[in-house]
Every structure is written in C-alpha cells, then in structure tokens.
Design a protein around this ligand. Structure first.
Ligand code: G3P
Ligand code: CA
Length: 280
C-alpha cells in the first residue's frame, strides 16, 4: 500500500514531476523528480475526447503546449483539453514553452543540464499508462490527482477507467488518489478500498473534518499550505490521517511543516527540499 513505502513524516513529493526543472506533467519531469530524490510524485489526469486518460493540468491546452501555433486547430480556441483526441494531443509539443518562458528561472540559473534542455523540445503529453509504467519501473510511488471533469458533471466513469489502468499495470501498491472533487474519491474507495485516497481542499476545511474524512474513507488530507497549522496536523495524526500540504516552494516553510508532523510536502523544487533534509 502507498503509505507503507514511507516514514511517518517528511516525504518529498515532486509536484507535476520536478516542475521547476522540466515541463510539468511530462515524462522528463517525472524522471528529474526521481533523480532529485523525491519519495513520490504527483500528476494530474484528464479524460479526453476518445476516452483516453492523459496527464495534463489545465482545462485548456494553451499555456503548456504549442497548440496556438497549429493552424488546423485555430478554430478550436481556447482549445479545451477534453475536446481533443489522444492522436491530436500527440501532435502537440508540451515542452518548448518551458525553454522559452523559463517559468521558475532554473534554466537561467544553470540548474538544468544542456542535454535535458535539448530533450524538452517536442515532449509529448503522456498517457496515464506511460506514467504508471514509469512508476512501476522505478518503484516510485505516485499521487494521481483526478482533475474535475467539468464538462461531465456527475459522470464518475473516469474513476473506473483509472482503476482499470492501475490494475492492468499492477501498480495498486504504489498509488495514492487525490481530487478536489470528493465524489471521485468516494467512488474510488467504494470500488478499490485497498487504494488510499486523499482529499484536496483549497480555501477552507470542511466542517467536522475528521468525521468528514472518515465518512469518505480518506487517510490523506491535502490542503493548501497556508491552511495548515501544527495543531491541525497533530489532531489529524491522532486519527491516522496524513497531511501533505501543497505547493510549498519556500524550503524554510517546508521544514517547519515537516516539524509540525506533516506526512509529505508537495513542492515544485524536490531537489532543494531533498538537499535541505539531507543536511539536517
Ligand atoms: O497535489 C496538490 C496540487 O497538485 C493541487 O493543485 O492545481 O497544482 O493541481 P494543482
Ligand atoms: Ca495537481
């Protein structure tokens, strides 16, 4: 089971892969997360037009691909992710934007090797299956975040489809499922109670938090970093609920949250957190 792979506190989670070092949610980001010494990695899943499950963050394709440059797709702006087939998505370059924009300043700082920079051009949007195979190959646990399928409210089939892929790839022991849409979590817990689930929240804690999480069967809680107080972490630990705040890019804050008892830290800079932890 996912949590069996870790100590009680201080697991380093590479957010969307090592998102500060490589284009998010690509196989290169996963690899650099692994090489950075992350304990597990996080990625985002959407279901697209032909039913394929792909690893991508946004509801639209513009920010992290070159879709705007492809004339065939001009009339599909703003390019909703779910309206493209896997074959169409595979025509996109999901890496060059990172080299162009250097969103974290890591390229200017020389933190990324030249050969990795070259490899960024033309990176593809991965399928869920590819990431599961990577996770199995490297024995690197993975947090799958199921993105809310806003185009299909109430449709829980993405959960069943993800479970099918997990089972076929024999990775159930390495997977944690999270979502801001808690209906997906309830469904996953119902059909696969052996796979742990974690509730994501972004601005407020649900009322009667422990009862709320217990009711859905969640053993993980993933709040925004600014919602986390040591007392909350201690209280939840007393109920065997592991807290992993997101997205913590200030390493002093990350260490304080670990000292408060957080199970994990989701960060865009897993290499920096690993370095800080190694000299403690
Ligand atoms: O795991 C937490 C984090 O990934 C949730 O936010 O927007 O980065 O998917 P987001
Ligand atoms: Ca995410």
């Amino acid at each position: 089971m996912f949590f069996d792979h870790f100590a009680e506190t201080g697991a380093v989670c590479a957010h969307r892969g090592a998102r500060a070092l490589a284009p998010e949610n690509t196989m290169l980001a996963a690899l650099l997360g692994y090489e950075s010494g992350a304990d597990f990695w996080e990625m985002d899943v959407h279901k697209v037009a032909d039913g394929s499950l792909v690893v991508f963050h946004d509801d639209v394709l513009g920010r992290t691909t070159n879709v705007a440059e492809l004339v065939d797709f001009t009339d599909r702006a703003p390019w909703p992710t779910h309206m493209f087939t896997l074959k169409e998505l595979h025509r996109l370059d999901a890496g060059s934007w990172f080299v162009r924009d250097d969103p974290f300043g890591t390229l200017a700082d020389g933190q990324v090797a030249g050969e990795q920079l070259d490899a960024m051009h033309g990176l593809k949007i991965p399928t869920l299956r590819e990431t599961l195979e990577f996770t199995r190959l490297h024995d690197l646990p993975m947090n799958i975040e199921i993105k809310d399928q806003v185009q299909a409210p109430g449709d829980l089939s993405i959960v069943d489809d993800i479970l099918g892929e997990i089972r076929e790839s024999n990775t159930a022991d390495l997977i944690l499922i999270s979502s801001f849409n808690h209906e997906y979590l309830v469904r996953m817990q119902k059909i696969a109670p052996e796979i742990p689930i974690a509730a994501l929240v972004e601005d407020s804690h649900p009322d009667d938090l422990v009862a709320y999480l217990r009711h859905m069967g969640a053993t993980g809680y993933h709040p925004d970093k600014d919602m986390v107080e040591p007392e909350l972490v201690r209280m939840l630990a007393g109920h065997t609920i592991r807290v992993t705040p997101y997205t913590v890019n200030n390493m002093d804050q990350a260490l304080s949250l670990i000292d408060a008892g957080c199970f994990g830290i989701t960060t865009d800079f897993p290499h920096l957190l690993r370095q800080r932890l190694s000299v403690r």
